[in-house]
Write a protein that binds this ligand. Structure first.
Ligand SMILES: C[S@@+](CC[C@H](N)C(=O)[O-])C[C@H]1O[C@@H](n2cnc3c(N)ncnc32)[C@H](O)[C@@H]1O
Length: 195
């Protein structure tokens, strides 16, 4: 169940209101919009893989940015939009058989988030474990020169994550969107030019 604080915050949040007005399924959509405005990675992709896509705000942004895009996405929960260009798997990515995909991708996105405990360092460790698992999958998912965008919650594992990504990619950037809550420790890593 959502806490009272969460419900109050959602009610007063300008991005929640804006998302309702323009028909975005989640306020998370604005974060990807901002990332795209700066890095232009969706526009130049033909094939995208999305980890943690539900309810589907990011997927809406992808479809709006590029009409010809093909999206493959995975989440434990239902994706609330349907589109002919989306192939969605309602599964745990940790047990998913990636070999069945038989494709490679220009861009891999992760907005994956574990259930939170409210204990910052525990939550940080949990999301970091998921990111390590995703990084292990990049070899089979990404095309050479492809890109990877992921959300992390800042903390001590961050250095190790960046270290791993520096081995795999030529360019690494951090990005904190305006629409990301200031008090949130979340930050996005944009890794480009997969080696
Ligand atoms: C912040 S939400 C994603 C929001 C989405 N980007 C959007 O714009 O609507 C994080 C998602 O990660 C998913 N998730 C967490 N662990 C997962 C796992 N092991 N396998 C698949 N999905 C997972 C959750 O179910 C949740 O929907």
């Amino acid at each position: 169940m959502k806490s009272k604080t969460w419900i109050l915050r959602q009610k007063n949040d300008q991005f929640v209101k804006k998302a309702k007005q323009i028909g975005y399924i989640s306020r998370a959509a604005f974060k990807l919009e901002e990332i795209e405005k700066k890095f232009n990675l969706i526009k130049h992709s033909r094939n995208i893989f999305e980890f943690g896509s539900s309810p589907g705000g990011w997927t809406q942004v992808i479809l709006n940015s590029n009409k010809n895009i093909k999206i493959t996405s995975i989440d434990l929960l239902d994706l609330k939009i349907k589109h002919k260009n989306i192939q969605f798997f309602k599964e745990n990515f940790l047990t998913f058989n990636f070999d069945i995909l038989n494709e490679d991708y220009d861009l891999v996105l992760s907005d994956i988030a574990p259930n939170t405990t409210g204990h910052q360092s525990t939550d940080h460790l949990r999301i970091s474990q998921l990111i390590y698992e995703i990084i292990d999958k990049l070899e089979i998912l990404l095309k050479p020169k492809g890109s990877f965008i992921c959300k992390i919650w800042k903390g001590e594992e961050e250095k190790e994550i960046i270290k791993k990504l520096k081995i795999l990619f030529e360019n690494i950037d951090y990005f904190k969107p305006q629409s990301s809550r200031k008090e949130s420790s979340e930050i996005f890593i944009v890794a480009r030019n997969f080696k």
